[in-house]
Design a protein around this ligand. Structure first.
Ligand code: IMP
Length: 430
């Protein structure tokens, strides 16, 4: 048995795609277990840029790629992604799609926008991809699953029931035309026919792979602070990006998960609204945003930037039982003097070294910083830890000390040569 869950240890966009891409070369199976087209990975492989949204990063290595039951799938966007990969010579026949994954329909996207509009000043800043409404339908037991797309009559029944309710709202409350059942039905039956060869019971497939000793990598999307339970609720996504989500979203039991690695940047970024204690609204923030190319892969939105927050890293370690950390974008801090990381918060005169009970308190939290000496140069490739400037080495050591996690992977640039693997994250560090 050899299994590893890779999760975002901040608010998403930590560079999980790149980390899984590096590790994918050494594994047999890569699994996506939650989220949907709200996720976005930008990978640079042999100088070529790939943008993936629903397909696991392992595809570029010809590995078995599983899209688990915990994912919400937008068939149109997914098939487009496959087409793009195929047109660039990437084989996509090793993708396995769970029959139990839920399907995103155009009305989910419409509801996503509508709900955001209604929230007004309290908007969440969603990606507008219909994620929340698709998961709401799942929990309300009116969701439509991938398997339903393969049975036209079942699909028609379920769609008809959903549209009856939705079209009533559209026509009676909003005074606009509802969705046509036949049109939507025909379109999704068509998707079902194209998707059919990929659809299988992925829980069976994964448990078989684990039983025969395959190396399986679970690739989380988004990040801990966007987790429905463990994040900054309600400024979260609607799924479980933490390590426990890998079990729920794939049908692999917790006794089969061996290690969990958190991925963090050497600073913090966040897209969307919600509290962000270490946010930098000054030139330092602009410097990091430009140098780090901090614009959303899915939406193109400029990301909010802040110093590294070790309260967040400790929280991540705790709720996911992390065994190691991958630290990305260390190069982006080059040229800043000093560099800082938050060790705790001051909230109403009280010091917190963990997250407060009331999420709202984070809006007014004043970070307590540790300041470290910066550095002015960074090598272009990394073969050993000692290749780093001394100050950068100390920065990494401080992150290890304050997060309580050993840094297994370290990255100073987008290409694979700029990533140092210090120990195998599949094995707990001793
Ligand atoms: P939703 O997932 O589209 O419902 O958006 C909910 C929140 O999660 C918003 O703040 C989004 O910006 C954020 N979010 C969703 N997906 C990602 C991601 O892949 N990276 C970073 N933030 C994300």
């Amino acid at each position: 048995m050899s299994t590893l869950v890779v999760v975002g240890a901040q608010w998403g966009d930590e560079g999980k795609g790149k980390v899984t891409d590096v590790l994918a070369a050494t594994v047999d199976v890569v699994v996506r277990y939650q989220g949907g087209p709200n996720a976005g990975h930008t990978l640079v492989v042999r100088g070529e840029k790939y943008k993936l949204h629903q397909v696991p990063a392992g595809i570029l290595h010809g590995k078995e790629c599983v899209i688990g039951n915990g994912v919400v799938l937008d068939p149109q966007a997914f098939l487009q992604e496959l087409q793009e990969l195929r047109s660039r010579g990437v084989a996509v026949d090793r993708i396995h799609l769970s029959h139990a994954a839920h399907v995103i329909f155009p009305y989910h996207q419409w509801l996503d926008e509508l709900e955001e509009e209604r929230r007004g000043a309290n908007r969440l800043g969603t990606t507008g991809r219909g994620i929340g409404p698709a998961y709401s339908d799942k929990v309300a037991r009116m969701g439509i699953r991938v398997a339903d797309l393969l049975r036209p009559e079942t699909l028609k029944d379920k769609l008809a029931r959903n549209l009856e309710q939705l079209n009533h709202l559209l026509e009676q409350v909003y005074g606009v035309e509802g969705y046509s059942l036949d049109e939507l039905w025909e379109r999704y039956v068509g998707y079902g026919e194209t998707l059919a060869p990929y659809v299988t019971d992925t829980a069976q497939l994964l448990n078989r792979a684990i039983a025969k000793g395959d190396r399986v990598l679970f690739e989380g999307a988004q990040g801990t602070m966007l987790d429905l339970d463990h994040g900054t609720y309600p400024y979260v996504t609607s799924s479980y990006p933490t390590a426990g989500g890998a079990c729920l979203g794939s049908g692999v039991g917790p006794t089969h998960i061996e290690a969990a690695m958190g991925v963090a940047k050497a600073y913090t970024s966040r897209v969307g609204d919600g509290p962000f204690p270490t946010e930098l609204k000054d030139q330092v923030g602009d410097y990091i945003r430009e140098k780090g190319g901090e614009y959303g892969t899915t939406t193109g939105r400029p990301r909010r930037i802040g110093w590294l927050d070790t309260v967040v890293l400790r929280h991540s370690r705790l709720v996911s039982g992390l065994t190691s950390l991958a630290l990305n974008h260390l190069d982006t801090l080059t040229g800043l003097h000093p560099v800082k990381m938050a060790v705790g918060y001051r909230i109403g005169g009280q010091v917190w070294e963990s997250l407060p009970l009331h999420m709202e308190d984070l809006f007014g939290a004043e970070p307590i910083y540790e300041e470290l000496e910066g550095w002015d140069e960074m090598p272009s490739s990394l073969r050993s830890f000692e290749d780093l400037p001394l100050q950068a080495q100390r920065y990494v050591q401080k992150v290890e000390e304050l997060s309580g996690l050993p840094v297994a992977m370290l990255s100073i640039g987008p290409g694979r040569e700029a990533t140092l693997v210090r120990f195998d994250p599949f094995k707990a560090y001793t």
